[in-house]
Design a protein around this ligand. Structure first.
Ligand code: SF4
Ligand code: SF4
Length: 248
């Protein structure tokens, strides 16, 4: 049986998600044995940039006309498109300013030349094209991308956590930073999958994985209010990584 053809791509972002894949040192040989990796610029300059792909993994937000064209080309040549990382899934940090005056911001940062740059307000991939699977994270977790690839190879839909970081935090038996210290920890509303990495180090979660689907938002907001935080206080933090993140 021929191997599925695959491509790994980066739009505008820090390239951290592609690096996570490259850093799968123990599994990398298995990956290239199982996938026919045709287009992965970060790994090789010998790419087939036109072939059709069974699966494309795309990181980064859409922040320029060039990104728009690149994403549309990737979508046209791919059967299954996976958004990887918070920028691709939610718009990420760069999308924070998407409701502001973009032209004025470019000028503030780059001077008068800023207005000439090919830069548009940041958008997540799903705002432009159909996305078949979202794997969030800033960056993605190695275990999740490997498990998702294994599932796709078996023809099964990947199972990603729908619950919140708090569930993993409780399983690690961490003391709760929100309840015991009154810190603004975004764990109750943030998608799990990181094993509550930050609270385990006594650092409040800042919501880098974006919103969780399966959360008791009413209870979470009530808990924040009980600790003296307004919804605006928490929302401001949550919107750092998922500015259009759909939290109720
Ligand atoms: S420390 Fe944060 S993530 Fe952990 S249980 Fe408390 S609110 Fe949830
Ligand atoms: S605990 Fe929160 S901020 Fe830390 S890695 Fe997990 S989702 Fe991101």
């Amino acid at each position: 049986m021929s191997k599925p053809t695959a491509g790994i791509f980066g739009l505008t972002g820090c390239a951290g998600d592609q690096l996570v894949i490259l850093n799968c040192e123990d599994e990398l040989l298995d990956l290239v044995n199982l996938l026919d990796l045709r287009d992965f610029l970060m790994a090789t300059s010998a790419n087939d940039t036109r072939c059709s792909l069974d699966v494309a993994f795309v990181e980064g937000a859409v922040m320029s006309r060039r990104d728009e064209e690149t994403l549309e080309r990737i979508r046209q040549r791919s059967r299954f498109l996976v958004a990887i990382g918070a920028c691709a899934v939610w718009g990420g940090v760069a999308a924070q300013e998407s409701n502001g005056n973009h032209a004025a911001l470019l000028e503030d940062v780059y001077g008068p030349l800023g207005r000439q740059y090919d830069a548009i307000p940041a958008r997540a991939l799903h705002e432009l094209v159909k996305v078949d699977l979202n794997i969030t994270g800033c960056p993605i977790e190695k275990s999740q991308i490997l498990a998702a690839i294994a599932n796709l190879l078996q023809g099964d839909p990947p199972l990603l956590p729908q619950y919140a970081v708090c569930a993993e935090c409780r399983m690690r038996e961490n003391n709760c930073l929100l309840i015991e210290k009154g810190s603004v920890c975004c764990g109750p509303l943030t998608a799990a999958g990181c094993e509550a990495r930050c609270p385990a180090l006594r650092i409040p979660c800042i919501g880098c994985r974006g919103p969780a689907d399966d959360v008791n938002t009413a209870s979470a907001w009530a808990m924040f209010e009980e600790k003296g935080y307004t919804r605006a206080d928490v929302d401001r933090k949550l919107r750092t990584f998922a500015p259009k993140g759909g939290r109720a």
